[in-house]
Design a binder for this molecule. Structure first.
Ligand SMILES: NC(=O)c1ccc[n+]([C@@H]2O[C@H](COP(=O)([O-])OP(=O)(O)OC[C@H]3O[C@@H](n4cnc5c(N)ncnc54)[C@H](O)[C@@H]3O)[C@@H](O)[C@H]2O)c1
Length: 419
């Protein structure tokens, strides 16, 4: 069966891509190593926040199927790799899944194929790691098949910017590869931005995420001394962002989470250190500051309880919102976990509430959420807002709490303590 597209890796990145391509009339097949993911999708179940079961049904109506059988690659025009790139224990990128997916493609590669890598990785991966595997069978990139990198910019839970209206950067192995990739994405993305080559496209993604990481670290560091100086940093940011040029607002919080911001800049610092022998100092400093925020939150929790004459040991601390972003269920790298762990290590009784998390793994144990939010807030010695989900009536929660610590700058006035 001829198909326009095979998407390898059907997660937070691969599924929205498959969905948008289906919407534009492309015949799409999803390929994943997980039997569980494939069976779920073929039964009409979504496992990512941004797609509902109805979305999966609509994709199926448009011809989408999922499979674990890599032979579907042979009769596709385009293959896009969207598999995970976690960190190795040494801090470098683990390319195992990318290379596994690449080997699957190599086994079915044919002249005319367009192969695109979307997984976030260090500059040079497409050319130095993916290309040799694909070319091992004798076909040559840029001559027999097209090869490109296109960074994924998906922002889970963003109601305004999705696949179609977020400009897509593409960088090909040759100019013709860039043109082929741009033509492909142009079928379902409004704006395609050609980069000079694969390395520039790879680096663009890392610049975007490193920029975010560093700016969040900047305001996190400022949050600490603004507290000491009795300056309201959220008010400062509100004032500064009235400048219509040259400033972009970032906000402090209990730490950074998700799969991208705490991880991606490491690909770059690891590569700079490994290849060039010197550190990428901005990233290392940002990493240190952001990773230290959970410990800072604990210190502030202790200070607040201390003011009430209570030790942390034995205190009832209720955490509100344990995901890494508001209004989604994704808990990857969420700072709520180290915060809960540190609190428990110090003897606090930790409870949590999150409308998106029905069971929460902390330190090898599974916690159940509190049954009744209002009761739990009233009972807790301290309620800590870690994630401001839309469904929270924060003013109401503050009013019924004994003490409220707001790490997101949602509250105004003196009834809550802000970060
Ligand atoms: N989630 C995000 O918000 C986001 C945003 C931008 C970029 N990215 C990047 O996109 C890539 C994918 O991330 P994700 O969040 O979609 O991951 P994910 O964990 O949600 O999904 C990845 C899927 O790939 C499958 N998989 C793993 N190895 C495979 C293989 N060899 N062959 C086929 N399938 C395989 C897994 O079973 C899983 O279903 C990563 O490089 C990530 O850094 C993610």
């Amino acid at each position: 069966m001829a198909r326009d597209l095979v998407v390898i890796g059907l997660g937070y990145v691969g599924l929205p891509l498959a969905q948008e391509a289906c919407r534009s009339g492309l015949i799409v097949t999803g390929l994943d190593v997980s039997e569980h993911v494939v069976a779920g999708l073929n039964a009409g179940r979504s496992h990512v926040d941004d797609l509902s079961d109805a979305d999966i049904a609509a994709m199926a109506d448009a011809g989408f199927t999922a499979t674990t059988d890599a032979s579907v690659i042979a009769d596709a025009d385009t293959v896009v790799i969207c598999v995970p790139t976690p960190l190795t224990p040494e801090g470098g990128p683990d390319l195992g899944a990318v290379l596994g997916a690449t080997r699957s493609i190599a086994a079915h590669l044919r002249p005319g194929h367009l192969i695109v890598l979307e997984s976030t990785t260090y500059p040079g991966t497409t050319d130095d790691e993916v290309r040799p595997v694909l070319e091992a069978g004798g076909l040559v990139a840029g001559r027999d098949f097209h090869l490109a990198f296109s960074p994924e910019r998906i922002d889970p839970g963003n109601p305004v910017f999705g696949m179609r209206n977020t400009p897509k950067v593409v960088g090909g192995h040759t100019a013709a590869c860039t043109d082929a990739a741009a033509a492909f994405y142009g079928r379902f993305v409004d704006t395609v931005v050609p980069a000079r080559g694969t390395r520039e496209a790879e680096m663009a993604k890392l610049l975007e995420n490193t920029y975010r990481h560093i700016n969040i670290a900047l305001v996190n560091e400022m949050a600490r001394f603004c507290h000491e100086l009795d300056i309201d940093l959220w008010d400062v940011i509100a004032a500064a962002k009235s400048k219509p040029f040259g400033f972009q607002a970032f906000y402090p919080g209990p730490g950074v989470g998700g799969h991208c911001i705490p991880i991606d800049p490491n690909y770059l610092s690891y590569q700079v250190q490994a290849k060039l022998g010197y550190p990428f100092r901005f990233v290392e400093l940002a990493q240190e500051i952001n990773a230290g925020m959970p410990t800072y939150v604990i210190r502030r929790v202790q200070d607040i309880l201390n003011e009430d004459g209570k030790p942390l040991r034995g205190a009832r601390v209720l955490l509100l919102g344990v995901t890494y972003k508001p209004d989604i269920a994704d808990q990857r790298e969420s700072p709520a976990k180290p915060i809960a762990q540190l609190l428990r290590d110090k003897g606090a009784i930790v409870e949590y509430h999150d409308p998106h998390v029905t069971a929460w793994r902390v330190g090898g144990e599974t916690l159940a959420p509190v049954d009744d939010l209002q009761d739990a807030v009233a009972m807790a010695d301290l309620t800590v807002l870690l994630q401001n989900h839309n469904s929270y009536d924060v003013a109401g929660l503050v009013a019924s709490s004994r003490r409220f610590f707001d790490t997101r700058g949602v509250t105004r006035g003196d009834e809550a303590v802000r970060l």
